[in-house]
Ligand binder design. Sequence first.
Ligand SMILES: *[C@@H]1O[C@H](CO)[C@@H](O)[C@H](O)[C@H]1NC(C)=O
Ligand SMILES: *[C@@H]1O[C@H](CO)[C@@H](O)[C@H](O)[C@H]1NC(C)=O
Ligand SMILES: *[C@@H]1O[C@H](CO)[C@@H](O)[C@H](O)[C@H]1NC(C)=O
Ligand SMILES: *[C@@H]1O[C@H](CO)[C@@H](O)[C@H](O)[C@H]1NC(C)=O
Ligand SMILES: *[C@@H]1O[C@H](CO)[C@@H](O)[C@H](O)[C@H]1NC(C)=O
Length: 944
Amino acid sequence: MTSPPASLLLLLLPALAAAADVVSLDGARWTVRNANGSVRVPATVPGGVYTDLRAAGVLSSDFFFGHNDELYRWVSYDNWTYELTFEVDESLLRRRHAQVVLHGADTVAEVWLNGQRLGGVENMFVRYALAATGALRAGANRLAVNFTAAPVEARRRYEAYRLAHGYAVPPECVPDDYHGECHANHLRKMQASFSWDWGPAFPSEGLWKSVALEAFDAAVVRDVIVRFAEPAGEQGASLHVRAFLELGPGAAPLEGTLAATLQLPQGPARASAQVQLSPDARGHAVADLTVTGFDEPPRWWPNGEGEQTLLPLTVSFTSGGESSEVTRRIAYRTIELVQDPVTETPEFREHLNVSENDINYGSTEKGLTFYFRVNGRPIFAKGSNWIPVNVLPELGGDPAHVRYLLESARDTHTNMVRVWGGGVYESDLFYELADEMGILIWQDLMFACSMYPADEAFLALVQEEVEQQVRRLQAHASVALWAGNNENEGALVDNWYGTGANFQQYKSDYVNLYANTIRPLVLELDPTRDYVVSSPSNGLETDKEGYVSTNPGNALYGDVHYYDYVADGWNADTYRRPRFASEYGFQSMPALATLRSAVANASELAVESELMASRNHHPDGYSEMALLAAKRLPLPDDWRSPQRFDAFIYLTQIYQAVATQTQTEHYRRLRSQLLASGEGLCMGALYWQLNDLWQAPTWASIDSAGRWKPLQYLAGEFFAPQMASAYVDTAHRVHVWALNDRPEPVDGVVLQARPGRWDALPEAGWQNVSDVFTLAAAGSQHVLTADVAPWLASLRGCEAAAERCFVLLRLLAVADAVPLGPERAVLPVAPRLAQGLEPADIQVASVSGPGADGALEVALRTDRPAPFVWLEAGAWEGRFSRNAFLLADGAASVRFLPRAGAAAPSAAQLRAALTVTSVAAQAVTRTAAGGEQRGRTNVYGAPN
Ligand SMILES: *[C@@H]1O[C@H](CO)[C@@H](O)[C@H](O)[C@H]1NC(C)=O
Ligand SMILES: *[C@@H]1O[C@H](CO)[C@@H](O)[C@H](O)[C@H]1NC(C)=O
Ligand SMILES: *[C@@H]1O[C@H](CO)[C@@H](O)[C@H](O)[C@H]1NC(C)=O
Ligand SMILES: *[C@@H]1O[C@H](CO)[C@@H](O)[C@H](O)[C@H]1NC(C)=O
Ligand SMILES: *[C@@H]1O[C@H](CO)[C@@H](O)[C@H](O)[C@H]1NC(C)=O
């Protein structure tokens, strides 16, 4: 063979380079056994001991069935050892360095290869690369990972810390209602795995992410962080890439080629450079590269603001004929958290479209703004909070479920989700999908509702965790903000856990952890994003006050979490006026069909059953739900009785949905308002909580089976980018606002109303109730305030007392007669006080389809208007095009779209399963379209 010319050889080199050897040790070829060897079953990696024991039949029923959370607790008190025998080719032993990489181990364990200890692991959020060169053999190798029982280890660490430092790190334990375990704060583990007020304790053990054997002569590229620079003069845009490489402990400096290829719409942009790696003692090195001179790529926008253009990036390191590479999809966009003094920034006023006249300088302290600006455009953050997808971390990355939840959020106008600090840093897939869907991620670091240790060992563990997680996630366009913890500043300042007597100690630990250790790390690794020390916090004001503020709940700064289980949540006047509402919500029941999967006997489907009592971890949760629902809805006096369970579920769901709607619209209306108190200019509404992990009363809008509660449907309306928003205050005045999140104004808009009486089908049509106005860009504007009774009386359609009426509102673009956003139903009085609101006779006239898109069409008929009409498809999974709505006319049509991947019903099957529930002043009625229950039943109350 003739040798090619040297120049050609150089060009060919990267292609010829052999990759670093990565041997996957994943799969169903492991075994797991307990400490005394009485249980030994096949195991799968990635996985966990609960999942393995369930697969082997040792755990005989579903994790979330009955009292299994407690019956299966023994698993978490045993020590479990994972073992694998695997073959190694002799050639692999000739590589300079070999390491066993545990991408995620939950949590405290030792790792052994052929009887030799490779090291210990103690943080489930850290990837461990353990040097294996000396221990590895050609042929059969035996890998063992022996875990320590998490609750036992947590208690041991708690005691040890107390002895060593002379004070305990609280809380002592979770409340009794949680049926949980204590001292999760002493383990770097999903904090919710020891239980939460919405979730069970399953203190897992196992290898929840992949395990691999890596062998190489040069280096592996582990992570890349990126930063675009906008075009400067003739230079074009550029991309700075920093690669993080591993060479193995004690490795010598190494020269090689770092190369990057960025795929742009117009073609690839490339760069490469000779780099000298100077590894630290652990064998870690960084190398930098800049891809320059390309045309500005299309920008990435949040959901509802524009396209989400993603740009594939490949980064490789080649040395001595060996190459390692990673690929990411990155995006071109800027993001800022804007915290400007409210009174001093005309620039901000312009962006928020607040005129000088709207600013009231009445009091002295005005605080700071708190909002996100993406590509220079202020964004009102709309969405929810995300809890772990599954309490068992190995099941939390389920691609179909993660996609389903994010799509549900996207389809209801969500542009931001907060990954809450008591769960896990989510899977790569989660962030990839968020990138694709334009869902910004408020990323808490995983600390929640506790004090935390702050000795050297703990800080070192956290340091490694934060470095790895920030490097892993930094390149994702969706990530918007880093937040140090969930509610720990509030817990400290408000003395939730009895820390008051030793406040200075706990404060100093707090500052050491979140401000002195984490903050500089995050800001150094990711200069493209902000870091707030806690959520909620006062943002920059908290920083200024030494990272612990005297009043963390100050509405003039930062974000606020807000819950009230006593006040009437359908009254907007009860809510606070923060800059950014990052948590707020109400409990409700999951669907009956979902609860059924948790019970053996229908007799348990009652509020007072032992099972249902144990499922509500929120102290007095049922009483609170009842108290709240009864303020507005016809809650039966005997709501605790088994016969009322159905009605209780429905009424708590409706209460939750409307209360959250009321609160969310209140925040949105505050977008352009600045009150004399300095409050207002709210720029975010993230309700608590999107998802659920078991069948229980919780704050979720989607239950654990994926069924949308009424709240999820209403979110699709109250988050609409343009809409009429209305509320009736305590003085019986109706206030209507126009909301517009889009950056353009709309000329020629009118507010229209369509009143109706409860006791007859409406005859009147839409009527203009405002002058024609320009819907301002990116803001909220007041349209009308009126005493509700005379106002209604002045319109066609409600020739009766306001108590007998309802009114639908909408914005209409006059020129093309196009409605802007959804119709907003306004009830002048609570349904339970409405007059003439008798049970409607709602019939399912027909069910047809499915059509080409798989959707079925349901035609409804009614003899009178009905509020909160709620369609359910029995056990069938899917969603309706509209639900929990006011059925105003004699006929309506709703589409049912079966869930992707789930069994789809025929028209006859859907009809047989379909129920339609609605509320009357003193009744809840339900129509079953087919099957044995066919006809109308009174779930509660007398028929008319
Ligand atoms: C072995 O461990 C299991 C589970 O923890 C326990 O139930 C059993 O009693 C133990 N057996 C012996 C012989 O100690
Ligand atoms: C688990 O391991 C710990 C630490 O080695 C030990 O103290 C404990 O007794 C073990 N538990 C069981 C059930 O064997
Ligand atoms: C893990 O195995 C080693 C060696 O057998 C033993 O010394 C250690 O106590 C074990 N740890 C646990 C938690 O079982
Ligand atoms: C503010 O409103 C004006 C007029 O409605 C519009 O032209 C402008 O684009 C808006 N500015 C922003 C930043 O949205
Ligand atoms: C269900 O519970 C009721 C009441 O406790 C009991 O009478 C009945 O036998 C149970 N049914 C089954 C199938 O266990």
